[in-house]
Design a binder for this molecule. Sequence first.
Ligand code: NDP
Length: 326
Amino acid sequence: MNDSASVPITSSALIIGAGPAGYTAAIYAARAGLAPVLVRGLQPGGQLTITTDVENYPGFADIIQGPWLMEQMAAQAEKMGTRLIDDVITAVDFAATPFAAHGDSGARYLADAVIIATGAQARWLGLPAEKKLAGAGVSACATCDGFFFRGKNVVVVGGGNTAVEEALYLTHHAARVTLIHRRDQLRAERILQERLFAHPKIRILWNSVVEDILGAGQPATVAGVRLRDTLTGAVSDLPTDGVFVAIGHTPNTAIFKGQIAMDAEGYIITTPGSTRTSRAGVFAAGDVQDKLFRQAVTAAGTGCMAALEAEKFLASRLATHDQAAA
Ligand code: NDP
């Protein structure tokens, strides 16, 4: 056994995940004197590190870069007194307190309160061009990137609520929006479908799958998509300036299964208006518990809530402990 495995890293508050939710929780927890430990995981900075321009995070009149914003949040959290650790939590034990977590490094973490901020990942089609053209016309977030397609033609892939909402949102910017769906029926709510069908800027391509995303220019940007008709097998190219993939998200919650309550899709269930989970002392913030808004600013907001609630939880435990000792 190495040293890191034998000597646990203890703290009042352990924060798992380093996106806007985790860093904001860290800033507030550190300012509250909780000396939090934040374990950053595989992708420090989270989804914002794969975004480029950010212009909807309040406080910046000029466009900022996603990775830069996350570096600033990390620096702020550290300056306030957070211990940032580059490790990946691979298992947790919330059955008893102190709560325990195990890192890929071999380190063991013990904490009186835990804030889960491990986020979610957009699902992708799995095409090599998605990676090549990410930030060059390929996106998984219309609210983040729609503005850059003013007056242009875009496609949205998917048939759920997200795809339909993204298509409707994009009509505020784009000249024409084409929704591409692999079946002949949407799974989105009826009211959203009605809005979609009625919109003059939107058309729908049914029974179609995107086989490739085509780039052009130097550096390459999206120029079109190659489609296959699932009924006839016919392949055709559709020119477009942007591709929004909206085929769902996967919350990063595998390691918490069986420890706290989750919904059927694996999102952590929190008490409405709170970040409390089914386990007292364990809080969840950001996209890991939010499938509706998924914005950096809402993640930061719930991160703040989680730290304040953790602080309150720890204070009440201390008070109970003092009473018992008196
Ligand atoms: P969903 O899982 O509901 O929908 C995913 C869509 O993508 C489906 O239409 C699916 O097709 C399609 N899809 C999946 N994989 C592929 C693929 N490889 N190629 C092509 N198409 C694919 O995800 P959403 O993100 O839309 O929604 C997630 C959850 O969040 C849902 O519970 C939803 O109701 C909720 N939500 C609610 C909102 C609201 O209430 N306003 C807004 C946004 C989300 P198929 O239908 O054939 O399976």
